[in-house]
Design a protein around this ligand. Sequence first.
Ligand code: G3P
Length: 503
Amino acid sequence: MAGTGVFAEILDGDVYKYYADGEWKKSSSGKAVAIINPTTRKTQYKVQACTQEEVNKAMESAKAAQKSWAKTPLWKRAELLHKAAAILKEHKAPIAECLVKEIAKPAKDAVTEVVRSGDLVSYTAEEGVRILGEGKFLVSDSFPGNERTKYCLTSKIPLGVILAIPPFNYPVNLAVSKIAPALIAGNSLVLKPPTQGAVSALHMVHCFHLAGFPKGLISCVTGKGSEIGDFLTMHPGVNCISFTGGDTGIAISKKAGMIPLQMELGGKDACIVLEDADLDLVASNIIKGGFSYSGQRCTAVKVVLVMESVADALVEKVKAKIAKLTVGPPEDDCDITPVVSESSANFIEGLVKDAKEKGATFCQDYKRDGNLIWPLLLDDVRPDMRIAWEEPFGPVLPVIRINSIEEGIHHCNASNFGLQGCVFTKDVNKAILISDAMETGTVQINSAPARGPDHFPFQGLKDSGIGSQGVTNSINMMTKIKSTVINLPTPSYTLGNGGHSKL
Ligand code: G3P
């Protein structure tokens, strides 16, 4: 159970502690932040409201710990990460329980998130040992005007202190996707979890604590964004920010100093369906892509752009599948569970009302109970409706009927977002042309958008983000190249004696 057994030490009364200097601590603020259960809409957990002074201390410890961590052999960093991954998987049940209670993630998906996170940590350890163990060797005479008098040795060095800010929808997985690359590359890290998802994240951090990482290397500060949000992102001790979330990331990028940024800020992923597509395959992927975790994924299918000639048939197939989705509490592992907050539900409702007023066809009745919104397919959506462009982050999916492929590509590219997209057709040549024309970081051919497997590159164009994620890219992003150049007094060429002479 959450907060019991090995996790008992992270709880003080009914308030979860924050983690700094290798210890679980109570904030001197004496204040707590309540976490509302999306299903019951009552306070489920409380976390410490950390102060700016406590953030300063965490930053100082992170800076000091990083110096000795950078001197820790790579194999040893990897060994500790493997240990943390094993502990994380061992405790998947209590962590999954937190995900169910804090963010209403369906029970099985919650367990999957923890297991996937353990796998990500292990993979990162293995990848880090390989790619950080290699550098480059360059010689000077390949550039005009130079003789071979300079040998350049390059290696990847840590950046320092990484600030990791994951979102509510994957508070464990999208935290470890930042923590593991940071640590294997020799950085320290300060984690600011989302308020909803914070207790899951604190349990995950305790698994790293149990693995035995050095004091101060990892900190996890909780609290109000208004008190410590800007303070963290503008803190002079931060050397890199890895953020996943909404358009707050745009504000962060404007305020952050001259440091590397890794940002994933959502998407309006289009699903383009051609006339020759396998409509059963499309319908299954629209259900999986549009409605899993109630549409609260950056990579969810967020607009279907279907050729008019097959639109009726596709809509019927999707309607039939929606009718089979279970709707209810996450504890029962329902397909559709309450969205994360009342304000989120209100926002989604606003998009639905706008579509209603402007004449969209409702394939189901709109139904809401508290934060629970029943799955809804909106047909005949037009570009003047908000739902055609905005990200509902809920179980509501618009269908726009198109008369040409160009029309579909145009709608996709007119979006401010550019995370992923997908195209369904049996003609792979056409699919490649469409993929090349779509202004998104990834295009899936004949499958719904998705970030995983977690070692694949993951990046958004336009307002969807900065930089690229995925295990390898994140490790590289959290390092800098350092060169050492050996200058020789005279040119030196290897003459070679590669072959055996027969003479
Ligand atoms: O919403 C976060 C984004 O990274 C989605 O991940 O695994 O659901 O495709 P995934």
